[in-house]
Design a protein around this ligand. Structure first.
Ligand code: CDP
Length: 236
């Protein structure tokens, strides 16, 4: 693809909105890389917990520790990326525990952490055509993305999805999961750095009653309209 233009699709949205599933499906159909930035914050949260650092009460210590953590990415060979911390590959299953989930929101509020992530996330553009999802991808990380989306659903619907994923804490109920989600929404959307909000030019998709396939269809439809990119990740 000699002088071709690489495309970026940027997706933001709140917890358990289904954006990861949608991004994965759309990336597979397009032959693009799927980049999940939540996993990057989760990986730092795991590193904090592993060293006995509490990102909620010790943000300064976490900020001071950052220089010693070298986060890098590589092509995982399956359309997504591996995350390496100081050369060691992170086991993604370890990123999905309730402890890491709670700590990730606190880690993500630390301004130095966001600065640390910004260039690393932008560097992912060199992988090829990418679909990147998170909380501030349209607004901060990739403001020039080819197509931008805000994917959401009501808290109750998101609670149902999280329970169905089997990631909730033991004994959790739909109400407790929905309450945890709303708490994290509030933390993510009221923080002073890179708060969660739809970009002005993002296509907002409220996904209650839609399957992930249907949402991915819509994402690709809008993307093709904007870019004229063909299937297989080829250039417009
Ligand atoms: O999968 P889920 O939506 O529950 O969370 P995630 O996307 O894995 O993100 C975990 C946490 O990282 C979120 O609660 C945010 O606080 C933070 N995050 C962020 O601040 N910015 C991003 N681009 C991605 C995640």
């Amino acid at each position: 693809m000699a002088m071709g233009r690489l495309c970026q699709i940027a997706i933001d949205g709140p917890a358990a909105s289904g954006k990861s599933t949608v991004a994965r499906i759309a990336a597979a159909r397009l032959g693009a890389f799927y980049v999940n930035t939540g996993e990057m914050y989760r990986a730092l949260a795991l590193a904090c917990l592993g060293e006995g650092l509490d990102p909620a009460s010790e943000p300064r210590k976490v900020a001071a520790r950052l220089a010693g953590w070298d986060m890098t990415f590589r092509d995982a060979g399956n359309g997504s990326i591996d995350i390496l911390l100081n050369g060691n590959m992170i086991d993604k299953k370890e990123l999905r525990t309730p402890e890491v989930t709670a700590a990730s929101s606190s880690v993500a509020r630390i301004p130095e952490v966001r600065e640390y992530m910004l260039q690393r996330q932008r560097d992912c553009r060199s992988l090829g055509t990418i679909i990147m999802e998170g909380r501030d991808i349209c607004t901060v990380v990739l403001p020039d993305a080819t197509a931008k989306f805000f994917i959401t659903a009501t808290p109750l619907e998101r609670g149902r999805r999280r329970l169905a994923q089997g990631e909730a804490a033991p004994g959790a109920t739909l109400e407790s999961v929905a309450a945890e989600i709303e708490k994290r929404d509030l933390a993510d959307s009221t923080r002073s750095v890179a708060p969660l909000r739809p970009a002005e030019d993002a296509e907002v998709i409220v996904t209650d009653g839609m399957t992930a396939e249907e949402v991915a269809d819509r994402v690709l439809e809008v993307f093709r309209m904007k870019a004229g990119c063909a299937e297989g990740g080829e250039e417009p």
